[in-house]
Each structure stands twice: as C-alpha cells, then as structure tokens.
Design a protein around this ligand. Sequence first.
Ligand code: DOR
Length: 425
Amino acid sequence: MTAYLIRNVSVVGGAPTDLLIRDGVVAETGAGLTAPDATVLDASGLVALPGLVDLHTHLREPGREDAETVESGSRAAALGGYTAVCAMANTSPVADTAGVVEQVWRLGREAGLVDVQPIGAVTVGLAGERLAELGAMADSAARVRIFSDDGHCVADPKLMRRALEYVKAFDGVIAQHAEEPRLTEGAQMHEGEVSTRLGLTGWPAVAEEAIIARDVLLAEHVGSRLHICHVSTAGSVEVLRHAKARGVKVTAEVTPHHLLLTDEKATTYDPVYKVNPPLRTAADVAALRTALADGVIDIVATDHAPHAVEDKECEWAYARPGMLGLETALSIALDVLGPQWDLIAERMSRAPARIAGLDSHGLDPAPGVPANLTLVDPAARRVIEPAELASRSRNTPYARMTLPGRIVATFLRGEPTVLDGKAVK
Ligand code: DOR
C-alpha cells in the first residue's frame, strides 16, 4: 500500500499543514512532516474535507444499466469528492429483499471506488401495500439501516407507523419521500404563478408539508427516527423547525438543485428541469438556504437521478423526473454557502455519515482516522460539459454553466480513487 504525504493542505479551512496517509489511515498531521517512502502531493491552496457522504443516490443497477451502473455511479461519486453513497431502492427489481440489497452491496465492493450502502424499500415493490422484509435486509451482509420507497410516498399512515415501529429495534430510519399522492395527481411542476401561466398541472407545496406534518407526529408517537428526503418548500421548513423544537427524532435533506434553481426554469420547457419534488419559488429557495445554515435542514443530499436520453429528451409531460448531482454537488454548495468549510463538512459528510451509521466516514482528517477524504481547489472554476461527466447519463441542469471549485483528489481508506481531478481506475 502506497503512503501519501499531502503537503500544505488546509484541513477543513484551517492553517496549512501536512497529512501523512499510511495503511489506510491518517498516520500523522503537522507542519514539515517527512516520509521518504511516501508519494508527495503538493496541496498548496487546497482544502481537505472528510470524504463526502451522499444519503440519496440512484445508481439504477439492477435494471437500468443503460442509465447508470453501480460502477459508473461510484466513479461519478468519487469524482465529486464522495467516499460513501447510499443507493436508493427504486431499482428493477426493487431492493426489497436481502438478495437484492446484497447484490448492490457486492457490486459496490467490486467497483471499489466509494462505499456503496444500499437502502432497502419500505414496502414490497414500492407498492405501498405490504411491508418489505426489513429485518432480513437489516441482518443481511449489506446491514441495511435506512429504508425508503423514494420515488413514491409511504402514503398509508398505518403502514408508515408499522415501518417506524419495526426499525426502532435496530435503530433504523425511515426516509420518507413526502408527497400526498392524491394532491399531486397529474402534476407536472410546482403549483403557483408559473404553472398557471404555462397551463401545466401543479404539485402544491401542501402535498409535501401535509405528509411531513403527519410523519413527524407519527415518529414522535413511536419514538423512532424519521428522515425527510429532498425538502423543497418554506412551509416544510416551518413544520420541521417546530418538530425539532419538540425533540422529535427527525432529520432532513435538501438537494443542490432546490438550493439553486426555481420554477421559472420550467418556462424553457426543457425537461432537464423536471424533477420530483419540483423546483419551487425564489422564496422557497431562500427559506431552504436559511434552514441549511441554521440546522433545521441537516444535510445536502444529491438525489442523483440519472435517466437515459429517451426518458429525458422528449416532451415535458412524458419526461422522467430527476437530475444528475454527484459530480456538481460540492460546487453548488460552494456557490450557495461560500467557503464555510466547517458547515460544508458538517452538512455533506459528518451529519450524513451519522444519520446513515457509517462509522468510518464523516471524520475530519486526524491521526488514527480512516483516510476517507477529499481535496478541493476552491479557487478553480470549471465549465460543466455533460459529455465529460462519468455518469452514463447526461441530464445535468448545469450544462455549460461555470461553477466554482474542483475536486483534485479523493482517497478511500488511504487509496486514491481520484488524482489530479481524474479517476484512478
Ligand atoms: O426526481 C426524482 N427522481 N425524484 C424522485 O423521487 C425519484 C427520482 C428517480 O428515481 O428518478
């Protein structure tokens, strides 16, 4: 195993220092380290962060390997500075058995680019009718702790209650896609002034807020952990703020796109902007940014949702919802938050690692800590070229935009997965 001496790096925004990585861990830190056997990397001007952790990634394997595979998604993740991703269950077949979650977990290990932690479905086939084999998935080699029907809401309150009760035994968490389905039938975009102007059926904010309100009450009643996926409205933030003040064990995520883009994008009719939940108003974006800064929203999660060309480059009404996220998330966070490195480390690495129970991730580089880290050049600016992305899909909403920040290197357990901005394998 090669040793690496990273010189003059700012650890989470601190004064420049050296990091010696050996045998999978950070062996030493401090100015002026020497290690004759180590490969030296000059990291002047770069910031070291604990490797990013994504709680919400769609890897599409098994079933839609034309859109993404565990390997291509893992490569995209590593290039985005991630060392661990949680893979959503809406694959084909659905990850609702020990067999499927073990398959995804094994494919992640074989790719060896990030730790792939499968998420299990809450209900069989995501159909919302019967609980899936949550215990069998928890006991499997994949050690599933997060369960989600993401893409679909667990709309039946009794089923949601049972799921929360079930996972309590092993400190699991239910990650809810909050969307009251009766209120979003036929919805194409956010319900508001723009949808009225365009004549498109709206997805009202209350459809999200009503489910979050119901589920924080259920989580409080049961005493279980609840996580809310892709929070998108100012009203949801208020419900979460209230629930957290009461001590409910609820955590929440926001996506990079909901922090940056608004429903005005729908006026282009470009389906790259179609996503679920939909892009909202500028007032919602402002409320989400405030909530991310003050901790009502715990984490940034990408909802990386690759889609094949034929599923995306078609009429708005027929296009699948979803956008790529892994290779641009850190840049969007930097754009939105500025160089608040401790906040970025907290929202994109430490907190998601804690929620997911990934003990060897989300730890700031320090002696003895597993060397899962990423090096960022905050001064770099790059133009996003879809054809250059490692994802098998091309549905980025940031095409040809100039974004701040560049991932220079990523290390997984002391081995580089990305060096000089390029994937190592
Ligand atoms: O936009 C979305 N795409 N939202 C979801 O909840 C699911 C995801 C997907 O799987 O494509």
